[in-house]
Structure formats: C-alpha cells, structure tokens
Design a protein around this ligand. Structure first.
Ligand SMILES: [Zn+2]
Ligand SMILES: [Zn+2]
Length: 250
C-alpha cells in the first residue's frame, strides 16, 4: 500500500496569502501547503480521502488519472470543494465514481452538488453516493471508520490495514482511540500549537501519540502558524510534520 499526502494545509492553506506568512519560513518548500487530502494506492485501486479545493493540481502532481472511490471525512468546504474536479477522472476512465459519506452529511452534499450525483439537463451524473458503514470493502481493501469530535460536528477517522487518517480532530469519543492501536502510520490533524474550539492542540495530540505509539506519525491540516523545521524540532522520534507530495510505502 502506498500513501501520498496530496495536501497538508489547514482550511486557508499555507501561507495565508501573498506576504501573509504567519510563522513559516517561505524559503522552505515544505511550508507551502495545499488543503488536506490523501491518496491511497492498494492493489491497483486508488482511494482518495476528501476532495480539497486544490484537488486538480494535487492529482496532476501525483500523476494520478484514476480514482476508484472517494471517502469523505466531513462536510467542511476545505474537504469537499474539489468535488467538481472528479469529472475529469470520470471522463478519462468512463466510470461513475463512488463516494462514501456519513448519513449526517449525505443529503446536504447531494443537494449542493446535484449535477454531480443526479445529473442536470444534458449533464449525466459522474459520481454515486454510498452511506458509510463501520466496516466495508472497496474491491478487496477493507475500510474501517468511526466518528471523532470536531467541535460542533463529527468527522470520520478512516483506518485501512495499519494506516489511519484522523484530520480535524478535537477529541475521540469514549474508547474509540483504542481502535487505532498497532498502527504503522497515523496521519493526524494539527492546526496549530494552541488548542482551538474545533481542533486539539499540540500537547493533546502528543498525549494521543504517546498512548497509541504508532510506528510513525505525520501531522496534516497545518496553518501558517506552524513552521516545518520549528515543529520538527519539537517532535519526538518517529513524529513529524507531513509535506505536500510526501509518499510512504507500507
Ligand atoms: Zn478542515
Ligand atoms: Zn473541518
């Protein structure tokens, strides 16, 4: 299985805008972050988690021309707004691409992107919508998912074999964190050092890492308040900030 971090920026990306660099060193290309998504390649299947507003460019740079399924974490725009870019993937492969999303967000996404899921006038639909189950198969890849808290809404954590992705996390519910034991790779959201009403801060995420002890942990969904080298210097062994285009083979 190969994991590619397509983007690891927060909802604004990083930097915020021209000359608005926050705390980042703009001479380090790792600090230029597009909005968060990952591509998982397993047994000739390409599974995308989230469709970021930067999706077209992300897939181009990944030389990716086929998506077999899309998993959605939640309904915030920085995770959804690249949906129209799936049209090219559908056209190239003459495929209707299945999306998997929670019952909470199903109706709003279908309604907001009706032309994609239902078709409008001369435009045929190019994606189908499936409600997430806790365990399901995409071809022979087993996906496990559960909800974590993100302030006023919930977000799906996804686990595929010994890889898991938990972006936009404030807290786990009850003992759900135990579903992330024995990970080879955990990609987890870290917005900034301080906690935020909808995002855990650095100390809390480190507590989770110390408890779970994944073989490797990468941070995603980072604002321009987090400089790559500065954050790396504060991280324990086997924990590091991701960067756009990073690929890991598991
Ligand atoms: Zn987000
Ligand atoms: Zn969010």
């Amino acid at each position: 299985m190969k994991i590619r971090v397509l983007g690891c920026g927060g909802s604004f990306g990083s930097p915020l805008a021209w000359g608005r660099n926050g705390n980042i060193d703009i001479n380090n290309p790792h600090n230029f972050r597009t909005r968060s998504s990952v591509l998982i390649s397993n047994n000739n299947q390409n599974i995308l988690i989230d469709t970021s507003p930067d999706l077209r460019d992300q897939l181009y740079k990944a030389k990716c021309t086929k998506i077999d399924a899309v998993l959605f974490t939640h309904e915030h725009s920085d995770h959804i707004a690249g949906l129209p870019d799936m049209r090219a993937m559908s056209l190239i492969n003459k495929s209707i691409i299945p999306a998997y999303l929670s019952a909470d967000i199903h109706d709003s996404i279908i309604n907001n992107y009706e032309y994609i899921f239902k078709g409008v006038k001369d435009y045929s639909p190019f994606m189908s919508a499936n409600i997430l189950e806790d365990n399901f198969l995409i071809d022979d890849t087993e996906i496990k998912t559960f909800k974590h808290n993100h302030g006023s809404i919930d977000v799906q954590t996804f686990r595929i074999n010994n890889f898991a992705y938990s972006t936009d996390i404030k807290n786990f519910y009850e003992n759900d964190i135990d579903k992330l034991k024995n990970l080879d790779l955990w990609i987890v959201g870290l917005l900034r050092y301080d906690s935020h009403p909808s995002h855990a801060g650095f100390d809390q995420i480190l507590d989770y890492i110390n408890y779970l002890k994944p073989k490797r942990t990468l941070f995603t969904h980072m604002t321009a308040l987090l400089d790559h080298e500065d954050l790396l210097s504060k991280c324990p062994k086997n924990v590091e900030p991701a960067y756009d285009g990073l690929e890991i083979s598991l």
